[in-house]
Write a protein that binds this ligand. Sequence first.
Ligand SMILES: C[S@@+](CC[C@H](N)C(=O)[O-])C[C@H]1O[C@@H](n2cnc3c(N)ncnc32)[C@H](O)[C@@H]1O
Length: 269
Amino acid sequence: MSELRYVHGYSPREAERLCDQANVLSALLHEGVRYAPGRRVLEAGCGTGAQTVLLAAGSPEAEIVSVDVSAASLEEARRRVSTAGHRNVEFRRADLFDLPFAEAGFDDVFLCFVLEHLAEPERALAALRRMLRPGGTITVIEGDHGSWYCHPATEAASRTVQCLIEIQARLGGDSLIGRRLYPLLARAGFAEVQVVPRLVYVDESRPDLVEGFSRNTFIAMVEGVRDQAISLGLMEAAQWDQGIAELRRAAEPGGTFCYTFFRGTALRP
Ligand SMILES: C[S@@+](CC[C@H](N)C(=O)[O-])C[C@H]1O[C@@H](n2cnc3c(N)ncnc32)[C@H](O)[C@@H]1O
């Protein structure tokens, strides 16, 4: 099983970015995500465990099984969860399209920021549906880079974000997937599908969000594709650097950021 070539890669900086993202957005994205004692929960694409620690803390008596294709990420996730003192998570290296578990063996499935990287998100959801017992739940969290805007808004800043969208699409992903969650879940055979938008608005009155979301999550994610954007000829280096400097201005006093995440929930009929 090989690690994926995916847009954000597996660098230590990316692991840190995922953690900032999970921590700063935990109240917004994990609100109400609680699993009762004894429930078996499958977390698909756990990465370096940024969401896993939040799941384990929120549902300390559930039995969480977290899988990922990346051995290095799993190692980091194990370390993170054990350092946080959680004992209710088991990690397995596995491809979510070919899981080594019996069908219908889980009460719940959770996945966050995974579908956006997959060429076949509907097939992934169908594979995860088969892991659930009838009546079992799925919770899916995704972003949508088309939902982003900032002030001051500039052409060069928007082009850097557009580069990320384009590069992710060339790798077979879809960073605009948030808006597709409802139809994807419904077509993958789930029932009682509900999708709620979760909007993050940031201005200087929330320095935690300026740092944790605008700078360390969103701008860091865009900056991560600099070399690819330039080598693919999507932007010149000087234009790119100007665009990033202008994006950073929106995270300075007087600037604002807005972004919408989408959380979908559904049941296996
Ligand atoms: C952006 S990371 C998100 C990690 C974590 N859920 C979080 O929110 O911090 C996407 C993860 O999905 C994993 N992934 C992608 N395709 C997968 C597959 N087919 N099976 C299992 N994991 C996969 C990648 O290895 C990566 O760790």
